[in-house]
Design a binder for this molecule. Sequence first.
Ligand SMILES: [Zn+2]
Length: 444
Amino acid sequence: MSEVVIKNADYVVTMDDTRATIANCDILMRDGVIAEVGKNLSSTGEIVNAIGCVVTPGLVNTHHHLYQTLTRAVPGAQDALLFGWLQRLYPIWSRFGPEEMRVSAQAGLAELALSGCTMSADHLYLYPNGARLEDTIEAAAEVGLRFHPTRGAMSIGESDGGLPPDNLVEREQDILNDCIRVVDGFHDATEGSMVRVGIAPCSPFSVSRELMRDAAILARDKGVMLHTHLAENDEDIAYSLEKFGCRPGQYAEDLDWTGADVWHAHCVKLNCQEIDLFARSSTGVAHCPCSNCRLGSGIAPVRAMRDAGVNVGLGVDGSASNDTGNLMSEARQAMLLQRVFRGADAMSAQEALEIATRGGAEVLGRKDCGQIVPGKRADLAVWDVSGVESAGSWDPAALLLAGPNKVRDLFVEGRQVVRDAQMVTIDLPKVVERQNALARRLIE
Ligand SMILES: [Zn+2]
């Protein structure tokens, strides 16, 4: 039996059903699970002093392309709209291989961990030069985060009128076969699972209608989740109307891409009927505010989605379109963007934190995570609020309104991943050095 007790936190933000925040509180973790939350808890195990700290559930990232941490701030892609941005980056990504996938996943996940993230999805939709999904799964196991990799895919290359170069697309039968291979090989459906695999054609404009339909059938057959990009910007809507004769929501519904086992990234351009469809069908949304700003896509109607009952989580999106991977900053950006759109009362700090924690866990189908409640998995972020960013603050909401945006300690399944703002699971300076060497090789 392994126990860790967090003692005397200034506040514990539980995200339980009453959204309780408890002052002067302890948390006892036992064998990867939260055993008790309350005052004066004792344990024979390790004691972590949390005086001067706020403890929250670990943040959950519902959309990323980890491989893109190797292509941040690429000249020529810094100021382009989505389609032009993709065309600049595709030729660079086509030179990636297994090592690029593994090292960039380690760097991206470590960056997330340091910002309070305990669980991340990833959307890997290109497999050049022998790269495989397990390159990222192995990286996540080393870093120690809970991981929901999705087997992405593109099948419509330039010669078929698509955007990606032909050498980055795959045959649709090969895609489906590899989906079966990675689900059978790596998906763990059990409670407390550290790896759940999803199926995720890149977007409606990079695969055929048949592959979208077959992916949905396969996911239902295997009991895994479905993910893709949807309704990201005006170009995306125009493409859907022209090619499919309908809006993205209709396309998704027609192909069985709605339901509690589906989540779509972005959804910036969902209209009222589509929001209603998502709410009725329990379809989830990965809201990526920084990426939407960076690519000028627009402001997702998150207030309207939440009011309608849509499950919304947060995503940092790939590091080629953010270009950072700080999930706490992303939560702040989500809050600020709704206020730009709808006024200062459009979203509270508490609600933004809820979307970043419990909301994301629900989008990923993880009822066992995202709350500091006995019986839930011990995924916790400990924030030191004794520093200058928080000096003079009156309320734990300062975590989003002020800072800090880096954790002091992070626990995943009760295991410490970050201690005193340093990674303890991997040699991060070494990963960064290797990452920079790989980036230099791509630039040459
Ligand atoms: Zn994306």
